[in-house]
Design a protein around this ligand. Structure first.
Ligand code: NAD
Ligand code: WQD
Length: 325
């Protein structure tokens, strides 16, 4: 039996595929490559030394979804596919609702039809909005600040309602904090199309000389040095969290876990750590705050440690290390 990995050519999905194959799982990958390249599939196969079926196509197309479930022996789904850029979601909200919701609903319907009920969903710390208390626990108040966040909250609600209607579902919702880093081979990384929105890909492009300097969005937040603090987590630790969640998928229910390290670093601390690790200078300027940003965001990851036996292990230095190929 195989795990269907949607969005498996993407940043987090590709690292998770490598992890799943290393643990001996069979996988099937589907991706329309809207934000990734087919070479990622080749690299996953090369790194793992294992083969699997890849479907290039759009999960909004129910015919394709049915075809995959008819052809493959799938018993679980890890659903990464979706759009993820906050700013773009504000500019084009309907596109976000359409892509993120319809892909999820199509997959759930195909699973339901075949009595497949193991589902892991990529949620985000964005569902906590501006948290009232830190570190953030899974039972914190949920609020979306933008259409992207709304899609995550809506899907979480759909999954909770689904379980309420049929107690055989085994649903895990993983709320990622800020994934950074890449595979040690340098083959898999966060390579967003266009100018990056997220801090780490931006720093890397400055390092590569593609961009002139980092714009640090605000230095007057109530934080250690005035710049925003986030819980950066190595993408391989994150991938490991999925494998842990999968191996604990025994009890039906809706199981929700933060995947973070529990430690927050400021923008300036991240830039300094990057400079030290890669022995370079990253020019930056202080720019106005970015609309919608919050001062502090970091997880209480203890539930995942207790229930999944999972804990992020990689250091900030490992997260910052850039490998060129
Ligand atoms: P990514 O864009 O690298 O990967 C998503 C993949 O889904 C891409 O390869 C894209 O081509 C594919 N895709 C999108 N729409 C599709 C469709 N309709 N049909 C088929 N494939 C489709 O993003 P990522 O960083 O790997 O994120 C994976 C998931 O994790 C997303 O759901 C994202 O919202 C969530 N998440 C990401 C972060 C982050 O900072 N990277 C944080 C929290 C949550
Ligand atoms: C981190 C810090 C910025 C860029 C976003 C999404 C969230 C999740 C992860 C998907 C902040 C500062 C950034 C730059 C900067 N994604 N910054 N200059 O905003 O915490 O989270 O990605 O679910 O939903 O909102 O991540 O990397 O954009 O920003 O100073 O050029 O870096 O202000 O303090 P964020 P980020």
């Amino acid at each position: 039996m195989a795990i269907l990995v949607t969005g498996g050519a993407g940043y987090i999905g590709s690292h998770t595929c490598v992890q799943l194959l290393a643990e001996g799982h069979e996988i099937v990958v589907v991706d329309n490559l809207v934000n990734s390249k087919e070479t990622a599939v080749k690299y996953i196969k090369g790194i793992s030394g294992k083969d699997f079926n890849f479907y290039r196509g759009d999960l909004k197309n129910m015919d394709l979804v049915e075809e995959i479930f008819d052809k493959e022996k799938i018993d679980s789904v890890i659903h990464f596919a979706g759009y993820k850029a906050v700013g773009e979601s504000v500019e084009n909200p309907v596109m976000y609702y359409e892509n993120n919701l319809i892909t999820t609903i199509n997959i759930i319907n195909a699973m339901k039809k075949r009595n497949i009920r193991n589902f892991i969903f990529s949620s985000s710390a964005t569902v906590y909005g501006n948290p009232a208390t830190l570190p953030i626990r899974e039972d914190a108040h949920l609020i979306a600040a933008n259409p992207y966040g709304h899609t995550k909250l809506m899907i979480e609600q759909i999954l909770k309602d689904l379980y309420a209607s049929d107690h055989k579902w085994n649903i895990t919702i993983l709320r990622y904090f800020n994934p950074i880093g890449g595979h040690p081979t340098g083959l898999l990384a966060d390579n967003p199309k266009g100018i990056p929105n997220n801090l780490m890909p931006y720093i890397i492009q400055v390092y590569q000389g593609k961009l002139k300097q980092v714009h640090v969005f605000g230095d007057d937040y109530p934080t250690i040095d005035g710049t925003g603090v986030r819980d950066y987590i190595h993408v391989i630790d994150l991938a490991d969290g999925h494998a842990a969640a999968l191996s604990k998928m025994k009890e039906p229910g809706v199981h929700i876990f933060n995947l973070g390290t529990g430690t927050g670093y400021s923008v300036l601390q991240l830039i300094k750590a990057f400079e030290k690790t890669n022995k370079c200078k990253i020019p930056y300027i202080i720019a106005p705050r970015r609309a919608g940003d919050i001062a502090l965001c970091y997880a209480d990851p203890s539930k995942a440690e207790i229930e999944l036996g999972w804990k992020a292990k990689k250091t900030l230095e490992e997260m910052c290390k850039v490998v060129f190929i």
